[in-house]
Design a protein around this ligand. Structure first.
Ligand SMILES: [Zn+2]
Length: 63
C-alpha cells in the first residue's frame, strides 16, 4: 500500500531514526527493531509499544 497521506511524512516513522539508533533493550541490551507501531528486541524478542513517539520501555517482572 503506497497511498499518500495528507498528514505528511512517512507513516512508518512513528519514532525518529536518531532515537531508535540509541535505544537498546533494557533487559539484555539487544538491538531494537521497528515493527509497525512496536519496537521488538532482536535478542530476547520482547516488544515495547510506542506511544506518541515515545517508546514505553517498561519491563514486566515475569519471574
Ligand atoms: Zn531484549
Amino acid at each position: 500500500m503506497s497511498e499518500h497521506t495528507a498528514a505528511g511524512g512517512d507513516a512508518s516513522a512513528v519514532i525518529s531514526a536518531d532515537l531508535l539508533a540509541i535505544l537498546v533493550c533494557p533487559v539484555d541490551k539487544g538491538d531494537l527493531r521497528l515493527e509497525g507501531p512496536t519496537l521488538v528486541c532482536t535478542g530476547c524478542g520482547r516488544n515495547y509499544p510506542i506511544e506518541d513517539g515515545i517508546p514505553n520501555m517498561l519491563v514486566e517482572d515475569d519471574r
